[in-house]
Design a protein around this ligand. Structure first.
Ligand code: DGL
Length: 300
């Protein structure tokens, strides 16, 4: 069912019933890998009654090193799989996937789809020096969607755009503070400090897990802009507007998130435990798509 049909079916369901049929279904959150856990953390804090399913496409991360068609292909395949699991809404907790494929994903999926984008607007509102660093994947920074966003909010602000090569790979290895990682981060952040930046946009959902490493370099000189709390608020508004908000659960009935990974899931389990305090099993899942099937039949 296309989304418009879903919307009108839902509005008649909402007007006839205080709790629409889908409200007890889970919210799905997806990222190329572990970064979306920063969004999941904010969603759990804001919406503790919601059941959550998380998919990490770690076998194919980082998306920032992939071509546009590959990213769109994976986003759609994973979105379709999550809808087939009964998800009532999808959060694409990946700036790179949002930048490349959110419009097609919204067209194809029969549930509301929420994307993420670098916090350019809050950064422009926050910066006193009017110099803002933006750390994001190369794919995000070169996307038409990001360029339009930056143009809308530039005004008198200077944005220093820095692709975060190597940072997603580090977080995927659960490396958030090794000396090598700090040295790499320093090579990105120090030029921003030298240019008098006072604000840094974390334009990739993996990067909030590097906040301590960034602090060890910049001290309090940079205000870090992480949009995960804003995404959770946007999800809350969407659920409310479609009558999809879960009914309050008894504390003992609140389910832990269900985690799936396209690789062995070890790193997902480790990061969820160490950074979110969630000790849960991770299921391996195979989600074939046009491009990954082509890779398997022609690996070179
Ligand atoms: N967390 C993804 C993002 O927000 C990382 C993309 C990647 O895998 O390169 O962009």
């Amino acid at each position: 069912m296309p989304f418009d049909a879903f919307r009108s079916a839902l509005s008649s369901a909402v007007s006839s019933s205080p709790e629409s049929p889908g409200s007890s279904a889970p919210v799905a959150i997806f990222d190329s890998g572990l970064g979306g856990l920063s969004v999941l953390r904010a969603v759990r804090a804001a919406l503790p009654d919601e059941r959550l399913i998380y998919v990490a496409d770690s076998l194919y991360a980082p998306y920032g090193e992939r071509d546009d068609d590959f990213i769109a292909d994976r986003t759609l395949a994973i979105g379709e799989w999550l809808v087939s699991q009964g998800a009532k809404t999808l959060v694409v907790a990946c700036n790179t996937a949002t930048a490349q494929s959110i419009a097609q994903t919204r067209e194809r999926l029969a549930v509301p789809v929420i994307g993420v984008e670098p916090g350019i607007k809050p950064a422009a509102l926050t910066s006193q020096t009017r110099v803002v660093g933006v750390l994001a994947t190369a794919v995000t920074l070169r996307s038409a969607r990001f360029q339009a966003l930056a143009e809308r909010h530039t005004g008198d602000c200077e944005f220093i755009l820095q692709p975060g090569h190597g940072l997603v790979q580090a977080v995927e290895r659960c490396d958030t503070n090794s000396p090598e990682l700090v040295a790499l981060l320093r090579s990105y952040v120090q030029p921003m400090l030298d240019a008098n930046a006072d604000t840094l946009v974390l334009g990739c959902t993996h990067y909030p897990f590097l906040d301590e490493a960034i602090r060890s370099i910049a001290g309090n000189r940079l205000t870090l802009i992480d949009t995960s709390v804003a995404i959770a608020r946007q999800l809350e508004r969407q659920l409310d507007s479609f009558g999809l908000r879960a009914a309050p659960a008894q504390a003992q009935a609140i389910e832990l998130p269900r985690f799936y990974s396209t690789n062995d899931g070890q790193a997902l389990r480790q990061l969820a435990a160490s950074l979110l305090g969630l000790d849960v099993a991770v299921e391996h899942v195979v989600i074939p798509s046009r491009r990954t099937l082509a890779l398997e039949s022609d690996p070179v």
